[in-house]
Design a protein around this ligand. Structure first.
Ligand code: PRX
Length: 627
């Protein structure tokens, strides 16, 4: 593995060209990178390829069509296996069905689905015809779905009658109906519905069953090559403002990053490994490490539909033992949840097949790292703590198995081909053991190509703070050995159970309620979920006619946020206050509110316009008058 570091440091672009050549190119590229107009990068620009062909046809043509691609485990216990050949023939039919519905290269298709094989088929079918998928996590509300459909001007939605979660058939089509109600989302021409739960659904003129459309479709479909910079997908993620950003990834560079990192970071032995990443395809981890990375690399992987606790917390460990999973990739929140329950839940299962354990989405604290290592990995597995973002497309910082000794809590080194810096406010590199801002100093193939429809926001958010460098939004430090320790977000983005949320987005959802005059949201430290949403609200007394109690108000507002954004954004706590701490220029001092929410002594209040505000909030809190 040290060879990779050497190769990349000798000639970074030649290194990336070599990685890209692991893909199948319908037309080989001759240029590796055009960085003449930063931050707009073009990778492998004159090459052409097809993402779906790289995930499927290629393996079948190479004689591996009978290899199992997906081992699907439904939450109720149903199972289904797809070989690469079977996945390819379903994807071909789906591609033909999409063409039949008028979807063309460049059109956007929204996908709002549970974790079932059809979701993967739908995504690969969209990519196969050069259309652009925009997957919306099935836990988002109909309003969130609506705004994402509108922003991307999607032509089609692919959904399901429902999906199983926590032992229940969770409706999805209903949310699509709500999103499209009253003439909303006029760009949508059709809704394709996969039958999964047999939930009752209402069908209107735009709706079609997926299975009927596939049955009627021709079974042959020839995948053509698209330009390397052809858009592959948009994925919305939270930023510092209220409006989620549509992060755009393009074909050649993204596939190079996803497949190279998947192979390298997990030390893949594609012949024998059984791989399982627990992420939902609604998030970037599902895109890069359930769909594109593993399928390009031709692995056999487990797909599980439901939650870890259904029907009991034994479920994940049963699945690992049943399928003999060798590479397991999950989030620290899950590990901390199991830690709290106790090791007995894990100990009863044969996990001896495990070889590599991955962590993603938030910093993993050394206690959780050690527990993962000892209890899950039997002290014999390597742990790869992988740092990356929706925007980076693939893992950028992580140990490589066997390359050096791992350290609990540190994501360690930039991968070969990636240049990382840590700088102070003025862009000057900081000394070792000093905290600073994490930057990526050279372009990389799977970097985002833009924010959908908003080039200014792309430049301002990521490239203006430290000119010429990508600003990640995370704090970090190098230790004395040069290993990287991630210190969390330095902006108003928060991470709850590894999910990325914007405090501003939750605040705007709250003030949309007619009771709320003003709101401030913070991410307070949480033992299990890393951070939790805590909101402070000022009420409009005139609007609350029958004076419900503050507990009732808090409950109603928490439900409101769930309805507006989705259950992942539901505040853990809402405190009703009469004023918010603000600087003289009117900026809310979230730092002080975070102290209150975490039960810590409140920090320096001297810059507040009115320093008594914090004592009022504190007094109220300690008198118990909050939810
Ligand atoms: O703060 C970092 C945190 O997750 C953010 C990116 O979130 P998202 O775009 O949703 O992607 C999550 C999955 C890649 C980062 O800015 N983060 C991600 N992985 C780690 C991490 N923080 C610390 N350690 C990690 N391994």
């Amino acid at each position: 593995m040290t060879d990779l570091y050497d190769l990349a440091s000798k000639d970074r672009l030649a290194f990336w060209a070599d990685q890209a050549k692991r893909l199948f190119w319908h037309k080989p590229f001759t240029k590796t990178l055009d960085w003449s107009n930063p931050p707009f990068a073009k990778w492998f620009e004159d090459g052409q390829l097809n993402a779906s062909y790289n995930c499927l046809d290629r393996h079948v043509i190479a004689g591996n069509g009978d290899k199992v691609a997906l081992l699907f485990e439904g939450e109720p216990g149903d199972t289904k296996t797809y070989t690469y050949s079977e996945l390819l023939s379903e994807t071909k039919k789906a591609a033909n069905a999409l063409v039949g519905l008028g979807v063309q290269a460049g059109d956007r298709v929204a996908i709002y689905m549970p974790m079932i094989p059809e979701t993967i088929i739908a995504i690969l079918a969209v990519a196969r015809i050069g259309a652009v998928h925009s997957v919306v996590f099935g836990g988002f509300s109909s309003e969130s779905l609506r705004s994402r459909i509108d922003d991307a001007q999607a032509k089609l939605v692919i959904t399901a009658d429902g999906g199983y979660r926590k032992g229940k058939a969770h409706p999805l089509k209903e949310a699509v109906d709500q999103a499209l109600a009253d003439g909303n989302c006029p760009s949508i021409e059709h809704v394709l519905v996969v039958e999964r739960t047999k939930n009752e659904v209402s069908f209107g003129p735009k709706d079609l069953w997926w299975h009927e459309a596939l049955e009627a479709a021709a079974s042959e479909h020839v995948a053509v090559g698209f330009d390397s910079e052809h858009p592959l997908f948009i994925l919305y993620t939270s930023g510092t403002t209220g409006k989620p950003k549509g992060i755009l990834h393009t074909t050649g560079g993204y596939l190079t990053g996803a497949s190279y990192t998947h192979k390298t970071v997990f030390g893949l032995k594609s012949e024998t490994d059984i791989y399982w990443c627990t992420a939902d395809v609604g998030w970037i981890t599902g895109h890069s490490y359930v769909i594109y990375g593993p399928l390009v690399n031709g692995v056999t992987q487990v797909i599980y539909e439901g939650t870890p606790d259904s029907p009991s917390f034994e479920r994940w460990w049963q699945i690992i033992a049943k399928y003999q999973v060798s590479i397991f990739y999950t989030a620290p929140t899950a590990i901390r949840t199991f830690m709290k329950i106790g090791r007995e839940i894990v100990d009863g299962h044969d996990l001896s097949s495990l070889r590599i354990l991955g962590s993603v989405g938030e910093p993993i604290n050394p206690e959780a790292w050690n527990w993962y290592h000892q209890v899950v990995g039997g002290s014999r597995c390597e742990i790869v703590d992988t740092w990356w973002q929706t925007e980076t497309g693939s893992i950028l910082i992580s140990p490589i198995p066997g390359a050096f000794k791992t350290k609990p809590g540190s994501a360690q080194r930039a991968l070969p081909g990636i240049s990382v810096g840590i700088v102070d406010e003025n862009g000057v590199p900081v000394e070792r053991n000093v905290a600073g801002y994490l930057t990526i100093d050279e372009p990389w193939p799977s970097m985002l190509r833009g924010v959908w429809g908003d080039p200014t926001r792309f430049k301002e958010t990521y490239w203006n703070k430290f000119p010429g460098k990508y600003f990640a939004g995370d704090g970090a430090r190098f230790d004395e050995d040069g290993d990287i320790w991630l210190l969390g977000r330095i902006d108003d983005v928060i991470k709850v159970s590894g999910h990325r949320l914007s405090t501003a987005e939750i605040e705007s959802a709250l003030v949309e309620h007619h009771w709320v005059a003003e709101a401030a949201v913070v991410g307070a430290k949480d033992e299990i979920t890393e951070q939790a949403v805590v909101a402070f609200v000022i009420l409009r007394q005139d609007e609350i006619a029958d004076a419900p109690s503050e507990t009732d108000i808090a409950k109603i507002l928490r439900d409101w946020v769930t309805q507006k954004i989705g259950a992942i954004a539901r505040p853990r706590q809402i405190m009703v206050v009469t004023e918010l701490p603000k600087t003289r220029s009117g900026k809310i001092m979230r730092r002080l509110l975070r102290d209150v929410a975490e039960g810590k002594p409140v920090g320096d209040v001297t810059t507040l316009a009115d320093s008594s505000v914090m004592s009022a909030i504190n007094d109220k809190l300690h008198s118990g008058a909050s939810d």
